[in-house]
Write a new protein. Structure first.
Length: 417
């Protein structure tokens, strides 16, 4: 009888997961944590207590002074006949008898008491006004001191909005809600920086991996097309493949540029939009002549702070679209640059087909054209306006389009000076 094999050994149990975060230690008395709520409570309670003590002391001193002055002797007895004279109560000087004298004394006492109370009230109001001014000034200073970490967080957030993801708050001080917010914000910035760094690395790798095979294909096709003994059918197929390859290269370049231009521009230099527009017109001049499109317009100086290559790409894309999407005969493109209301403005308008206003927003979406969902012509790859909008946003500006009466579009780019 064969021996029964021993049962397989059970796999070792996985170690239990830690239930605590080694980076943070729990306080044995969490209610003693110096939170911002407790600090503000102590601050405002202490200020109220100090102000009350000062006000009570001032009122006590004023009351003592008023009672001392009000209870002083304001009359004196003169002569052998006990004549009573008074400077504050003249009625005592003419009192005919003792009964009338007692009545006058009561009236004088009431007048002096009312005078003392009025004096106490006026001085107390002045003291209260002075304490209120001091309390507001002290409260303003203390509020600024308590809220100063929020200002530091705000300044760091503005720096991050300018694509400076290397900035950190690194807030020091008590472990309160503001420090917790700052630490959370720093952790978020760390993750964002890693994500953007990975994106830039991916764009660089994709740029190399996508351009290399396309360049090899173009070279091979050009070599085969240069052979004079190649059949006509092969030459026609090579030209078709070469055009397709060129379109793929344009698509890759557009996608890479669109990915790079989504961020804010960190290094800025003075760039004149008039010069940028002139460069773009020179590059499109030959194509405009072939299509019979006239390029005109007055270009005044409009200097902005930005990246000249990307700004030239805006002008080039707009002028190319204006030339390609135009009327068959007698078309024109007008390119103007000027400064309006403290902003540099580039305007490109053209003749062309009538564009409904409800389709304007679709033109700025990638791979979208007028009345079509996907690209399907030889006029481009459908990324020109998307790139223009992305570059404009990266420079802190915006681009807007509006239908022109009679057909065509008016593209307006506004950038801060």
């Amino acid at each position: 009888m064969a021996a029964t094999p021993p049962p397989p050994a059970a796999p070792p149990a996985a170690p239990p997961k830690p239930t605590w975060d080694p980076r943070k230690t729990d306080s044995p008395f969490p209610w003693l944590r110096p939170t911002i709520r407790i600090r503000l409570t102590l601050l405002y309670g202490g200020m109220f207590l100090i102000a009350g003590i000062l006000l009570l002391s001032i009122i006590y001193l004023l009351a003592a002074q008023a009672l001392h002055e009000g209870s002083g002797q304001s009359f004196q007895v003169t002569g052998n006949n006990l004549n009573i004279t008074s400077s504050t109560c003249p009625a005592l000087n003419t009192a005919p008898d003792s009964e009338h004298l007692n009545s006058v004394l009561k009236q004088c006492e009431a007048v002096q008491r009312q005078h003392a109370l009025d004096d106490l009230l006026s001085r107390s109001l002045l003291a209260l006004l002075g304490l209120a001014v001091i309390a507001f000034a002290f409260g303003y200073a203390m509020a600024g001191r308590v809220l100063s970490p929020l200002g530091r967080i705000t300044r760091t957030a503005r720096a991050v909005a300018g694509s400076d993801l290397s900035r950190r708050i690194e807030l020091d001080g008590p472990d309160d809600e503001l420090k917790e917010l700052a630490d959370t914000f720093d952790d978020m910035l760390e993750r964002l920086q890693r994500a953007f760094t990975a994106q830039q690395r991916f764009v660089g790798n994709a740029s190399h991996e996508l351009r290399t095979p396309l360049a090899i294909n173009r070279t091979l096709l050009e070599v085969h097309l240069s052979d004079p003994g190649a059949p006509v059918e092969l030459q026609q197929l090579g030209k078709t493949l070469l055009a397709t390859n060129e379109r793929s290269e344009q698509l890759v370049e557009g996608l890479l540029l669109l990915a790079r231009s989504d961020n804010q521009i960190v290094e800025r230099k003075p760039v004149d939009l008039a010069e940028v527009a002139a460069q773009a017109i020179d590059q499109v001049h030959g194509e405009a002549e072939e299509r019979g499109v006239e390029i005109r317009g007055r270009r005044g100086p409009a200097v902005v702070q930005g990246n000249g290559v990307l700004l030239e790409r805006i002008a080039l894309n707009l002028v190319q679209n204006a030339v390609r999407y135009n009327v068959p005969e007698g078309g024109w493109v007008e390119v103007t640059t000027e400064v309006q209301h403290g902003r540099a403005v580039l305007v490109v308008s053209n003749t062309g087909p009538v564009v409904p206003a409800y389709e304007i927003d679709n033109l700025f979406e990638p791979f979208r054209r007028l009345r079509t969902e996907r690209t399907g012509s030889d006029k481009g790859v459908g990324l020109g306006l998307s790139i223009a909008r992305s570059v404009a946003r990266a420079h802190g500006g915006h681009i807007a389009a509006s239908p022109r009466e009679g057909g065509g579009l008016v593209m307006r780019v506004s950038l801060p000076i």
